[in-house]
Every structure is written in structure tokens, then in C-alpha cells.
Design a protein around this ligand. Structure first.
Ligand code: SAH
Length: 389
């Protein structure tokens, strides 16, 4: 019997380029990809159009595929002799249940490999300007889940040891329990002035941060409405953000740009990224307008998780094809209402404005002009999107 193989691959925290070279190569050759919600959906554009894609994303309180079903799915395909990539957000070994899934493969004598990824705890921290260790400020760090709870519904953590034993603490999945986390740390000996930083959607252009102290953070988080996915970073290292905040100060920070076009704009795309935007260049072709499952899935996921807030329609043809595509895909038009449109021709602009969309016109696909055009709007999105309170 032909044996398949399962590869557990860390997709990294969000920024598309933070997947490993090995992980990317495996993704490109996979027959089946089973992926989680916190994987950047656009990574799936790297898969073969023939690959079977299975979404098992869990949104808080909404389980799409249960753990047992995910495990069944892995086994079924591997036993058919297929190459399966189990794509997990961040690093599969950090709160990623890779242990259980790999154990199951071992039990069923299915070959597997585990490819580590960059975990959000250190990556989101660093994109927010905070290294988790520092020669003068922190000689140790701990990663802790805020999710596993005791009977009284509070995180199952040995607070007195944790508060005293390490310098920097990174909590994953902890937003719901932020009040407990800050109270317990104060109660067990951390100063109430200890700096704390929340980083939501870290390493995406739409990354948001809120900085405070153990005493003030709960009120600030509520005001900014920070929710998961976010990490909670506690320790003196947070002070370094004032000097090392390199990521969310760029001209297009906060922009998730969809460029649906058949034209290859490789150079411009990398320039837009350099300016701070996340760019999803989507190869729409008029002859391929009938739905390709992969492209549709990716686009739907991008809109559902609000990764897109700007859409560049460079020609009238792109405009027509884009709306036809949206229509066919069943994506809710409401998700477009909050988007800003960039267009290069007058007719497109008129149509979009008449339909009530927020539009900017530039004379060509020129990164400088797009950045300039978006500048006034950047000031408005700066607070809600980048907002460091
Ligand atoms: N294996 C993942 C963690 C999975 S647990 C990793 O190594 O990163 C899910 C939790 O990870 C989220 O609730 C959040 O706390 C954190 N997380 C994942 N991606 C994140 C991101 N881009 N920004 C901030 N936190 C993130």
C-alpha cells in the first residue's frame, strides 16, 4: 500500500513572509492542506489549485471542525497515500496541539514530520518594538496560556511561582481573563506599575497595541476593544517600545490592500509592503472568472477576518471583473462597505461613488501616488488601527 505522509507546518504569526522556507515548499507540493483560523489565508495561494483545502478554524465559541474530526481527516488522507500539510498558526508546538495529532499518526503508523514556525509571542512582541529578553532588563521569559481554566473559570496558573520566577511573561489566549491576570500578578508580588503591552493581530499591517501598567491595562483594553488574537506581554522590556517601535509607524501601516488584477505588479507590490501595507495581489483573469475553490476560499477568509480595508481597481475591466467575482463568490457586499477604493480611471470612480463607496483616484499604479492619496485617510485610521493608548 502506498504510504502518505503528514507534515505539521508552522505558518508563522501572520506576516506572509514569516513562514519557513521548508514549510513553504511543503505547502506548495501538498495534496491536502488542513488549516487553522489563525493562518494567514493568503498563504493558501501558494498551494496547487488542485489541492484539497480543509478549513478547521476555530473562532472563539464557534467550532468549525472538532478536534476528533480534524484527526480523522488527517488519517483518511494520509492512508490514501496523499501528502497532507497540517498548517497551524505560529509554531505548532506552542499551544498548537501538535503533540496529540502527531501521536495519533504514530499510533496509526503514518509517517510525519514537524516543521517549527515563528511563534506569535516573540514575533508580535518584536513587531511592537519589544524583545522578550534584554541584557539589562530581562534574563528569562515564560509563555503561559490564559485559556486552560480551573473549576472556578480562572486560568490554571501557579501565580506565586510565575510572578516571582521569570522576568518577562507572555500570555496567549488570555484577553478574556485580563482582569484576573493583572490582579493575580499584583497580588503575588509584581508591582502594579509593571509595564504591560497587548498586541492584537501581531505582524499583520493591522496590528494594534495598547500599553499600560498592571493597574491600568484593563480599562485601556476595554476602551480600545482589544480581543483575541492578542498576546499579553508583561515585564520591564515593554519600556523598550518607546525606542524600538519600528513597525506601525510606516506610511501605509494599517492597510490591508487587495489588488485584483491580471497584470503583474511585482515591483509595486513589494514597494507597497515596504511602505507598511499588507498586499493581497489577486490574479483575476477574465477567462477564469468561474469560481476556483481555492481562490474563493482565500478571498472569503480574507474578508471574514477583516484583513482587507483597501481595494485597488486599476482598470475599468478590473472593476467589472471584481464585482462579478464578488457576486459569484457569495461574499457579503456589506464587507466592502467599510473599504476604501483606489482607482485609476474616472468611470470606475463614478460608478463606485454612486454606489456609496469611499474612493480615491490616482493617475496610475504608482506607489508614491497611492501613498500620497491615502495620507489624509491614514490619519483617521491611525488611532483605531495603530492606536497605542
Ligand atoms: N501556535 C500559535 C498559538 C496558538 S494559540 C503560536 O505559536 O503563535 C492562539 C493564540 O495565539 C491567540 O489567542 C493569541 O493569544 C496568540 N496569537 C496567535 N497569532 C497571533 C497574532 N498574530 N497576534 C497576536 N497574538 C496571536
Amino acid at each position: 500500500m502506498i504510504q502518505g505522509k503528514v507534515y505539521f507546518v508552522g505558518a508563522g504569526p501572520g506576516d506572509l513572509d514569516l513562514i519557513t522556507v521548508k514549510g513553504l515548499r511543503l505547502l506548495q507540493k501538498a495534496d491536502v492542506v488542513i488549516f487553522d483560523r489563525l493562518v494567514n489565508p493568503f498563504l493558501l495561494m501558494e498551494t496547487s489549485p488542485e489541492a484539497k483545502l480543509v478549513y478547521c478554524g476555530k473562532q472563539p465559541c464557534k467550532h468549525t471542525l472538532r478536534q476528533e474530526d480534524i484527526q480523522k481527516e488527517l488519517l483518511i488522507h494520509a492512508k490514501k497515500g496523499l501528502t497532507v500539510v497540517r498548517l497551524k498558526g505560529g509554531d505548532p508546538s506552542v499551544f498548537g496541539r501538535v503533540g496529540e495529532e502527531a501521536e495519533l499518526c504514530a499510533q496509526h503508523l503514518i509517517k510525519y514530520e514537524i516543521i517549527p514556525g515563528i511563534t506569535s509571542g516573540s514575533a508580535a512582541s518584536m513587531y511592537a518594538g519589544v524583545p522578550v529578553t534584554h541584557r539589562k532588563l530581562s534574563g528569562s521569559f515564560a509563555t503561559v496560556t490564559g485559556h486552560t481554566c480551573t473549576k472556578d473559570g480562572k486560568p490554571a496558573v501557579n501565580w506565586s511561582s510565575l510572578a516571582k520566577a521569570v522576568d518577562t511573561i507572555v500570555f496567549y489566549m488570555g484577553m478574556k481573563h485580563l482582569p484576573t491576570i493583572s490582579n493575580e500578578l499584583i497580588h503575588h508580588g509584581r508591582s502594579k506599575d509593571t509595564p504591560i503591552l497587548l498586541v492584537q493581530w501581531g505582524t499583520y499591517s493591522k496590528q494594534r497595541t495598547v500599553e499600560g501598567t498592571l493597574a491600568t491595562i484593563v480599562a485601556k483594553a476595554e476602551l480600545a476593544q482589544i480581543q483575541n488574537p492578542a498576546i499579553i506581554l508583561v515585564g520591564e522590556v515593554v519600556k523598550l517600545r518607546a525606542k524600538l517601535n519600528w513597525f506601525d509607524q510606516r506610511p501605509l501601516s494599517g492597510r490591508g490592500m487587495l489588488i485584483p488584477t491580471a497584470t503583474d505588479f511585482c515591483e509595486e507590490v513589494s514597494q507597497l509592503k515596504e511602505q507598511g501595507a499588507d498586499v493581497y495581489a489577486y490574479p483575476f483573469l477574465s477567462q477564469a472568472i468561474q469560481m476556483n475553490h481555492r481562490d474563493q476560499l482565500v478571498l472569503t477568509r480574507l474578508f471574514e477576518d477583516e484583513h482587507i480595508n483597501t481595494i485597488c481597481l486599476l482598470t475599468y475591466q478590473d472593476y467589472l471583473e471584481f464585482f462579478e467575482y464578488i457576486d459569484l463568490s457569495g461574499i457579503n457586499m456589506d464587507s466592502l462597505q467599510t473599504c476604501t477604493f483606489i482607482c485609476c480611471d474616472h468611470t470606475t470612480r463614478v460608478h463606485l461613488s454612486e454606489a456609496g463607496f469611499n474612493t480615491y483616484q490616482v493617475s496610475a499604479m504608482n506607489v508614491e501616488r497611492i501613498t500620497e492619496a491615502l495620507l489624509p485617510a491614514q490619519i483617521q485610521i491611525a488611532e483605531p488601527l495603530r492606536g497605542s493608548l
